[in-house]
Each structure stands twice: as C-alpha cells, then as structure tokens.
Design a protein around this ligand. Structure first.
Ligand code: ATP
Ligand code: MG
Length: 225
C-alpha cells in the first residue's frame, strides 16, 4: 500500500509549529474523534492535527483490529481535511507504546520551538497519567481534555491534584486544559457492538470508514473482536 510520507518528517523543518496529536486505538475511528480534533484545531489555533493510531496499547487487553486496518480507516476518515493527517509512528516503531515515548520522539524529530498538544477525551487523560511518567508527559506537551458524555470531570480534578497543584484548569498556564466539545455519546466499543448485532453504523463513522468496514471481515462475528 502506498501512502504519503509520514507527516512527522514532512513537518520536521517547520518553525513555530503548533501541533495537535490525537492518540487512540481508532478501532474504529468515529465522528466524535474527528469532532474533538477539529475543536482542538480551532480552539487552540493549531497548525495541524496528526492522528496517531496505537500499536497494541499496554492498557487494552482485548485484541484490536489489525494495525494496518485501523491505519487505513483513520486515513480514510481524515482524507478530506488538509489539516488532518495520520502517522504510522506507533504502528511501525516498537517502543512507542507509551505517550511519553511518543512525545519524546516527536520532540527530537521536530524543531525545538514546536509546541505539542496531546488531544484526548477526559477519560483518557486518567489513563495516560496512570501509565508511565505522568510528569514527563506534562513536561513535554499540553494535554487537551475533551469533555465526554458520562464522564465526571471531578474525577479528573482529584487525580490531577495528586500530581501537584495547578496543573488543571482553563487558563493558558494549565498543563491539562479542559476543552468543551459538542457532546457525542459515541464510542468505538459501541460501534463494534452494533456491528456484531447487525445494526447500522453509517453516520456514526464517516462514509468511507463505513465502506471499509462493510468490505472487510475485521469486525464480523468470529473475527475474535
Ligand atoms: P473504546 O470504546 O474502544 O475505548 P473510544 O471510542 O474510547 O474506543 P479510543 O480510540 O479509545 O476510542 O479513543 C481515542 C481518543 O478519543 C481518547 O482520548 C478518547 O477519550 C477520545 N474519545 C473517544 N470518543 C470520544 C467522545 N465520544 N467524546 C470525546 N472524546 C472521545
Ligand atoms: Mg477509549
């Protein structure tokens, strides 16, 4: 399969870059992922958002759809937006399973004045800050925490408080910035369950993603997912 050069090498010489990284399993990618990325782009004046599908994430025990298929779905979902792109970094490079490792790699690959924003749902901030080296993550990027239906933000506040005062807030000094996004009660798990139950997922995922799912066996019963 041919694809454009990895966006990180394309962006490596850019001075003053404000880069959003949208991490996730994208199993499959859905419209709430795209809405969160678009809101981050607009609300924080980013130049571009790079989607970064994970390899086999340390926290997910369930077998995921293949990395190549998750990559293809993410490329299809983002193709129409010139400010969105997809990186194969975590899929192709062993040892970038943790957010802190990915951020460290990006810091080395980009210009020293590049500013990194790691975009997550509010639930995923808790995951990131409970895996490996939370202070290292916060030293290398600003975390943008998109509100997510059903997620109680006070849980986030108490975990952040345990990491040191003053890291959460809405002001520019905060290392974790809560980002209001239109509430969409959609998850990849819900989409997988709907596919397994024979229910439609069109309009919950972009059309091109729906077509890829329809023409593959990745989420069919018996595929182990
Ligand atoms: P799963 O149900 O398999 O965990 P998911 O829908 O949470 O899938 P992920 O790939 O785990 O999707 O998430 C990637 C990122 O997108 C995470 O930071 C997650 O919090 C965020 N995200 C996913 N769905 C939403 C949503 N509906 N609103 C806001 N953020 C979301
Ligand atoms: Mg999730």
């Amino acid at each position: 399969m041919t694809h454009e050069a990895d966006p990180i090498s394309r962006l490596s010489a850019r001075r003053g870059l404000r880069l959003g990284i949208m991490g996730g399993a994208f199993d499959p990618v859905h419209i709430a992922h795209l809405v969160a990325a678009q809101e981050a782009l607009t609300q924080f004046g980013l130049d571009e958002v790079v989607f970064m599908p994970s390899g086999q994430p340390p926290h997910k025990k369930r077998r995921l759809a293949s990395p190549e298929f998750r990559y293809r779905m993410t490329v299809a979902a983002t193709a129409s937006n010139p400010r969105f792109s997809v990186s194969r970094l975590e899929i192709d490079q062993p040892g970038t399973d943790y957010t802190v490792d990915t951020l460290e790699y990006l810091k080395g690959a980009l210009q020293p004045d590049a500013v990194l924003f790691f975009i997550t749902g509010a639930d995923a901030v808790l995951d990131i800050l409970s895996w490996k080296d939370p202070q290292g993550v916060l030293a290398r990027c600003t975390l943008l925490a998109a509100t997510r239906p059903g997620f109680d933000l006070s849980r986030l506040a108490s975990v952040l408080a345990s990491l040191g005062a003053g890291v959460v807030g809405t002001g520019p000094e905060a290392k974790v910035r809560v980002m209001d996004v239109p509430g969409l009660d959609i998850s990849s798990s819900m989409i997988r369950q709907r596919i397994a139950a024979g229910l439609p997922v069109r309009y919950l995922v972009p059309d091109a993603v729906c077509d890829l799912i329809d023409s593959s066996d990745e989420y069919r019963p018996g595929s182990g997912i």
